[in-house]
Design a protein around this ligand. Structure first.
Ligand code: NAD
Ligand code: DAU
Length: 354
């Protein structure tokens, strides 16, 4: 027994979104003990949590969600009341290179966690919750019209989205079969600070700073719905506390952008910030071979979350993008650390052949 009112395991808390969720919960709920369980893969970085690492209600545990013993030991040690599960392999391009790594972490890892909850919560299930953080990519690809709702049929098209869809199905299977209290949210593309520079926005910012080509896949006409990462963390907080067990909630930015328009906007903002003449950064744009099976458009209808739980995004995109760019300009060392070593090999393999 500890003196905290709730003990919450957050998996993947050293990653991009996870670190924002951990920070929000540690600061907002001093009566909760927050245990960040993360294997620290290439995407996990404890520098992301420097500001709260000594907080009295925070612990870090280096553990792998695919390792049943690691997870059982943590459940025995902490007697968790809830799990917020974010740990995953998260990059679509990497899933095309190595799909089985995604099956292992995203499917097997989620099943291991669900099974630990089933076993450890068997005696007393009151006030327990398994919160699964998922993606809008499980719904597949939209044409020019329409939105994903919670009723849209699953139609994943990349190894990443297939692995996330499978993990969502496991979560619902444990709800129906074992009455495990679960909730799932499916979110659109996030952006903000601490985003690993393999993803579109931070990769483009980093390349603009370094005067490197800006690799736009295909014709750049694919559309994504961008959400400020701190608004995603706020949505997770709201759903964690007020969401209905067994339900799914879509989270989105109400903010669709064609990739090429977004890259042009970043170039304009950065020309100003870097005191470059207008058009200098945009001259770096290079159209490259398209992503295999590239989903054309994602767009979320987040109406259920807004109507039922009162959440909506807090930040206008242009303001959030500028804040994000400023963060990268002020945090060279963070970028240097995460892009040293293995990232260089990935970048060469991913872009040299395009
Ligand atoms: P990320 O790649 O930045 O971070 C993933 C974290 O998981 C890292 O800290 C990594 O070390 C950890 N991890 C990986 N394998 C692990 C394992 N076997 N055991 C323990 N920890 C492990 O990912 P992200 O972008 O922050 O995404 C977090 C979650 O949100 C994922 O589940 C992703 O599918 C989902 N999601 C992401 C977005 C997005 O735009 N980034 C949008 C919707 C949903
Ligand atoms: O929709 C939610 C998903 O968003 C999350 O589940 C994923 O974890 C997250 O990685 C993200 O997936 P995307 O594939 O949409 O994000 P990414 O940043 O990789 O790519 C965004 C768009 O930009 C996509 O259409 C591909 C394109 N792109 C990407 C890169 C890295 C480029 O044109 N060039 C690039 O170099």
């Amino acid at each position: 027994m500890n003196h905290f009112s709730k003990t919450v395991m957050i998996t993947g808390g050293a990653g991009f979104i996870g670190s924002h969720v951990v920070r929000l919960f540690v600061n907002k709920y001093p009566s909760y003990l927050i245990v960040n369980a993360d294997a620290l893969t290439y995407a996990g970085n404890l520098e992301n949590l420097k500001d709260i690492e000594h907080a009295p209600n925070y612990r870090f545990e280096k553990s792998d969600i695919t390792n049943e013993k690691d997870i059982a030991d943590l459940f025995s040690q902490y007697s968790f009341d809830a799990v917020i599960h974010l740990a995953a392999e998260s990059h679509v391009d990497r899933s095309i290179i190595d799909p089985l790594a995604f099956v292992k972490t995203n499917v097997m890892g989620t099943a291991v966690l669900l099974n630990a909850c089933r076993k450890f919560w068997k005696k007393d299930i009151t006030n327990k919750l398994f919160y699964h953080v998922s993606t809008d990519e499980v719904y597949g690809s939209l044409g020019e019209e329409g939105f994903f709702t919670e009723e849209t049929a699953y139609d994943p098209r990349s190894p990443y989205s297939a692995s996330k869809a499978a993990s969502d199905h496991f979560v619902m299977a444990y709800y129906h079969t074992y009455d495990l209290p679960v909730v799932i949210s499916n979110c659109s593309n996030n952006y903000g600070s601490h985003h690993f520079p393999e993803k579109l926005i931070p990769l483009m910012i980093n390349n603009i700073i370094n005067n490197k080509p800006l690799p736009v896949y295909g014709k750049g006409e694919n559309v994504r719905d961008w959400l400020w990462v701190e608004d995603h963390a706020r949505a997770i907080d709201v759903i964690f506390h007020q969401g209905k067990t067994g339900e799914k909630y879509n989270i989105g930015g109400f903010n669709e952008w064609k990739n090429i328009d977004l890259v042009h906007l970043m170039c304009e903002i950065m020309d100003k910030k870097l005191n470059r003449s207008p058009g200098i950064s945009a001259a770096l744009i290079t159209y490259v071979k398209d992503r295999a099976g590239h989903d054309l458009r994602y767009a979320i209808d987040a109406g259920k979350l807004t109507k039922e739980l009162g959440w909506k995004p807090s930040l206008q995109f242009e303001e959030g993008l500028e804040k994000t760019i400023d963060w990268y300009l002020q945090n060279h060392n963070w970028v240097k650390h995460v892009t040293s070593g293995d990232y260089q090999n990935y970048y060469t393999e991913q872009y040299a052949k395009r």
